[in-house]
Design a protein around this ligand. Sequence first.
Ligand code: ZN
Length: 131
Amino acid sequence: MADNLRGSRMGATSLENVRGAVLADTLTHTYECPAGHDVRVTMAADAVPPNAWACPNHGRVSVLVVTPQTPQAPVLAEGEEPPTTGRQRKTGPPRVSKTPWEMLLERREISDLDELLTERLGVLKARRTRQ
Ligand SMILES: [Zn+2]
């Protein structure tokens, strides 16, 4: 194993053996480019293909050719939430980072801070007069 790692770097070919690996079922979908040719996109067999795909050659919007094999998105009843997998997308206003001063004000009152300041100034003054 140590010999296998010699000379390899991040991003180099994987050392994992692919023998015996089971590939996921795929389905190739056809999109019609307005320039007059087909764009073929291979996706997982159970993936619902988007209705439009940008042509890799022209960048134009190509329209999906629907066949009986094309997976369809399930029709949701009114008020039904689409199924979620993995982490839920965060919603709401974007997070605004707080300054250290704002975080301090969440933990202490101004009167407490005044008290602390006088206490620390007293310590500093005592230190200076001693020297
Ligand atoms: Zn095209």
